[in-house]
Write a protein that binds this ligand. Structure first.
Ligand code: NIG
Ligand code: FE
Length: 412
């Protein structure tokens, strides 16, 4: 199949394959071509350029997109989209004055989701989760990282990861799987954290390796969850199985999680709502991608990741949804891009870079996703008629999308 888009008002994020992330000042540059064409052959981008440079050749379908913008689909590098039920009761509890920490302390939060997930069948969990993923595709997400971490027992963690594997197989979007057994300490191990870490390392990890269920390893490195030492133990064990670290750090406290991530060559360090000078300086000498999750800050009313500080320090930044039932129950990347502009003072160019090319880097898929580049997958957002790409973040809460193409096929 050979599809040709013509008269594209703006073709955004056109880059060479060698560009895998943007940092500091370059984050404010968003390369684009006005009045462009884009040719798709099978599942890949075949060619693009200005309309005046278009060469006539055999084409199955010509689509005139006058007035519309085309950009690569969003790369959401941090989500917990596989979960059972919801936590809307806790949402109401928070409205009535309890904090996220209060709810967790009385056995709610992650442990609440773990109970619901343990009670759900694999089939039911798959059904609930694939429906969410399908909803996200319509919102322009073309690549999605999904974590386990609501199982918290060998059986339930494997159930989650098998569901993620099935979504990977069935869904048109690119999926990466992350093992997050160290998300919370399950009730049974309340007074035996050492025992739970032993279970993760000696029982869960070998089984996950055997079934090839994960690409990445994650730990919730936070006070009341997993310490630096415990995080280090899990990362070390997982790295031996070839899992690449991507960790939750600095959501509520800064105590060395960023440096630990960098030491373990983490692909990304995520959250970073609370940052110290040491955290920023350690990131300057690292390949590790900082990832902000503004949907979580918005929903919990906690500080936003200080994007200006990071970017003005010359660092890169990626944006992701953190889609989960407790702290960020939305997977809408369009809204995340808006939030980044409105609440984190990122420019539209910086936010779009953070949600595409830098998101792809944070999930190790730069080869095929994150920019408009010859040979990369034809996973595209075609917007409604817009005056400029700035309208994507500007009209917060509205859907800017006309159509989504994933691997050369339109999503109906
Ligand atoms: O990234 N912080 C840890 N994990 C999730 C929240 C999980 C939950 O509340 O269910 C997060 O925010
Ligand atoms: Fe998370």
């Amino acid at each position: 199949m050979n599809t040709l888009f013509i008269h594209i008002k703006e073709l955004l994020q056109t880059r060479e394959i060698s560009e895998v992330k943007v940092m500091g000042k370059s984050m404010s540059e968003l390369p684009h071509i006005k009045n462009a064409f884009l040719r798709v052959k099978d599942d890949a981008i075949h060619s693009y350029g200005t309309m005046s440079s278009l060469v006539i050749e055999a084409t199955d379908k010509v689509i005139d997109v006058t007035g519309k913008i085309i950009l690569p689909t969003w790369c959401d590098s941090h989500s917990h989209v596989v979960y059972a039920g919801d936590r809307s009761q806790e949402f109401v509890d928070r409205i009535n004055g309890l904090s996220y920490e209060d709810i967790a302390a009385k056995g709610g939060g992650i442990l609440n989701s773990a109970q619901t997930l343990q009670d759900a069948s694999e089939c039911d969990l798959y059904k609930q989760s694939i429906e969410r993923v399908n909803g996200l595709i319509k919102l322009g997400t073309g690549a999605l990282e999904i974590k386990s971490g609501y199982g918290l027992s060998t059986k339930a963690e494997l159930k989650m990861l098998r569901v993620i594997k099935k979504i990977k197989k069935d869904s048109a979007v690119k999926i990466k799987a992350t093992f997050l057994g160290a998300h919370a300490i399950p009730k049974k191990y309340k007074d035996n954290k050492v025992g739970y870490i032993d279970l993760i390392i000696n029982q869960m990890l070998p089984k996950i390796h055997q079934e090839q269920l994960a690409d990445f390893i994650d730990v919730f490195c936070e006070k009341g969850y997993f310490s630096l030492e415990e995080t280090s133990q899990v990362l070390q064990a997982a790295t031996k199985y070839g899992l690449v670290p991507k960790i939750h750090v600095n959501q509520f406290n800064s105590f060395g999680g960023v440096a630990l991530g960098v030491k373990h060559k983490a692909l990304s360090v995520d959250h970073l709502e609370v940052l110290s000078k040491e955290d920023v300086s350690v990131l300057k000498n690292a390949e590790t991608m900082p990832v902000a999750l503004p949907g979580c800050s918005f929903f919990l009313g906690i500080p936003y990741t200080p994007a200006r500080w990071l970017i003005n320090s010359g660092l890169a930044l990626a944006l992701a949804t953190d889609f989960n039932p407790g702290s960020a129950p939305s997977g809408n990347m369009n809204f995340i891009v808006s939030l980044a502009c409105i609440k984190m003072n990122m420019s539209p160019e910086e936010a779009i870079n953070a949600a595409t090319i830098n998101g792809a880097f944070a999930m190790n898929i730069s080869e095929d996703y994150g920019s408009i580049c010859i040979g990369k997958k034809a996973s595209l957002i075609i917007t409604k008629d817009l005056t400029s790409y700035r309208q994507i973040p500007y009209h917060f809460g509205s859907n800017p999308i006309y159509k989504v193409m994933i691997n050369g096929e339109f999503i109906e």
